[in-house]
Design a protein around this ligand. Structure first.
Ligand SMILES: [Zn+2]
Length: 115
């Protein structure tokens, strides 16, 4: 008699585990279906969001453009003015050594005439 109880109990355990497994599969299926439905709705609604993201993508290039001219201005302001302008626009008097503009014909200090 005890063997019949044991076999019956094992069968009930197996069937119960199977039913529990099927219930878990059903719950997972319901969850996956809900998640998939939400993803589909999000995909349909998200079609309007790319326009917002594109609007947000425009400001960064505008911020990057001001920085590039600044670097170019710094490069132009640092390299050319020190070297060429003083040497070309300034002329030293051969008599007293005073600085004079290259366009001036006479020395501003001693009045020496430049050649
Ligand atoms: Zn002079």
């Amino acid at each position: 008699m005890k063997g019949g109880w044991i076999v019956g109990g094992i069968i009930m355990i197996v069937v119960g585990v199977f039913l529990l497994f099927t219930i878990i599969c059903a719950i997972l299926g319901i969850l996956l279906g809900i998640i998939g439905f939400i993803m589909v709705l999000y995909g349909l609604v998200a079609s309007d969001e790319p326009a917002q993201t594109v609007v947000y993508q425009y400001p960064p290039p505008q911020y990057q453009q001001p920085y590039q001219p600044q670097y170019q201005q710094q490069s132009y302001a640092s390299s050319p003015p020190p070297a060429p302008s003083p040497s070309s626009a300034v002329k030293f008097c051969p008599k007293c050594g005073a600085q004079n503009q290259s366009t001036s014909a006479f020395c501003g200090r001693c009045g020496e005439r430049f050649a």
